[in-house]
Design a binder for this molecule. Structure first.
Ligand SMILES: Nc1ncnc2c1ncn2[C@@H]1O[C@H](COP(=O)(O)OP(=O)(O)OP(=O)(O)O)[C@@H](O)[C@H]1O
Ligand SMILES: [Mg+2]
Length: 396
């Protein structure tokens, strides 16, 4: 049966032209010339995909998107926002409202068709109706928790790049940061006003349902990675005590993807003590410096006393600076009494450029050694094995 596409646009010429282009590709077209008519047709026709204009007299496309996302029956319908606006802020507003992709007018027919095809293929492979999370037994995601022995070591950057690498390898992946009031994952991707984590942790724990959690996911359009993002407003740091809500959120997210990468921030906070046991893989980031390795050792000893076997923890040594004056990895291993699973080489310029451009390093420079290392970690995660630092040692 032909896939059904709903086009919502107040401009009749666009409706006709886009409709014709897509009809020629064999799609069934439904058209609406206002936001409210669009919502009504979406409910009546259940399209496989919606093409949506932003500027419409009765209701802006952002509002149409929010209403669609709030309706459990329609929340997962893929949406491409189709607009004359080209400002980055408008795109960010679109993504935050919940659109999956964005196109600027005028667009080339070939680009339109390929974006529609790509999004339909992605949603066919990944989506299941919202209600399925509770109605059907869904395979649980492999949960990968990443935290630093100390602040600022590169946890968020690594978690993001491994998650994007997983998504690029065709794995349905969610990245989630559990750092209320200290979010930076969204900033690395160009999202502003990230409220998804706060919207979940501020609820009463009874209200943290699969539907609430799923409704808060935002999608990074170029990789398909879905995200729960923390705000960077310090007032949200008080949500650090919402332990039950955080635990429920992780449990629900684990039903919504194949892999769930969790940025846990720094050290053994109360939140992390709650979430680490839920993870299938725990990664602790260290750097080749005595102070950091000593802190990491204290964490491993505490884990041991708390009944969380330190053997379940993989240690990744992340070098952010090029220096000949660093602790050799063998010395770090013997200080820790624990193997180092992998080593990430310094890439300060790439890390800087990627952050400035709001693009993950694996996408910004896919041929770089850093991208290669993130992909290798992703492959090891998919294979379910353990990594060893062979092949990377010459970089130190
Ligand atoms: N491989 C790398 N080489 C060089 N610099 C890096 C690398 N990875 C990350 N960085 C840089 O290190 C800094 C800290 O990164 P990031 O914010 O990811 O760390 P973090 O551990 O999450 O910090 P926080 O404790 O504040 O959450 C950033 O400036 C980032 O660009
Ligand atoms: Mg961080």
């Amino acid at each position: 049966m032909a896939e059904k596409i709903l086009i919502i646009d107040d401009d009749l010429d666009t409706l006709k032209l886009v409709g014709l282009i897509l009809q020629r590709q064999g799609y069934q077209i439904v058209a609406a010339n206002s936001g409210s008519q669009g919502l009504a047709k979406a409910a009546a026709e259940r399209p496989n995909l919606i093409l949506l204009d932003v500027m419409m007299p009765d209701m802006e496309g952002y509002e149409v998107t929010r209403r669609l996302r709030a309706d459990p029956e329609l929340a997962r319908t893929p949406i491409i926002m189709f607009t004359a606006k080209t400002m980055v802020d408008d795109k960010v507003a679109g993504f935050e409202a919940g659109v999956d992709d964005y196109m600027t007018k005028p667009t080339h027919p070939a680009e339109l068709v390929s974006r529609v095809k790509a999004l339909l293929a992605r949603s066919a492979g990944s989506s299941h109706p919202l209600s399925s999370a509770s109605a059907v037994a869904v395979d649980r995601a492999k949960v990968i928790g990443v935290f630093g022995a100390k602040g600022g070591l590169g946890v968020t950057t690594l978690a993001l790049n491994v998650a994007v690498a997983l998504a690029q390898l065709g794995q349905e992946t969610i990245a989630c940061e559990v750092r209320p009031g200290q979010g930076s994952l969204g900033l690395l991707l160009g999202f502003s006003h990230s409220t998804s984590l706060g919207n979940i942790l501020s609820k009463d724990s009874k209200e943290v349902t699969p539907r609430l959690v799923e409704g808060q996911l935002v999608t990074h359009n170029t990789s398909g990675l879905r995200l729960i993002l923390a705000s960077s407003e310090p007032k949200e740091m008080k949500l650090n005590t919402a332990l039950a809500q955080a635990e429920q959120m992780i449990q629900h997210l684990a039903t919504l993807a194949k892999f769930l990468v969790v940025d846990l921030g720094v050290g053994l906070t109360d939140l992390n003590r709650k979430i680490l046991p839920l993870c299938d893989r725990n990664i602790m980031i260290i750097e080749p410096m005595r102070v950091t390795v000593t802190m990491a050792k204290a964490i491993l000893e505490d884990l041991d006393k708390s009944g969380l076997s330190p053997n379940r923890f993989e240690i990744v040594m992340l070098n952010r600076v090029r220096s000949s004056l660093q602790m050799p990895w063998q010395q770090a291993e013997s200080m820790l009494g624990h193997q180092i699973a992998s080593i990430v080489t310094p890439a300060p310029e790439l890390a800087y450029q990627a952050a400035e451009a709001a693009a993950p390093m694996v996408q910004m420079q896919p041929d770089s050694l850093t991208a290669d290392q993130a992909r290798k970690m992703a492959e090891t995660i998919i294979a379910g094995g353990r990594s060893r630092p062979t092949g990377m040692l010459s970089q130190r």
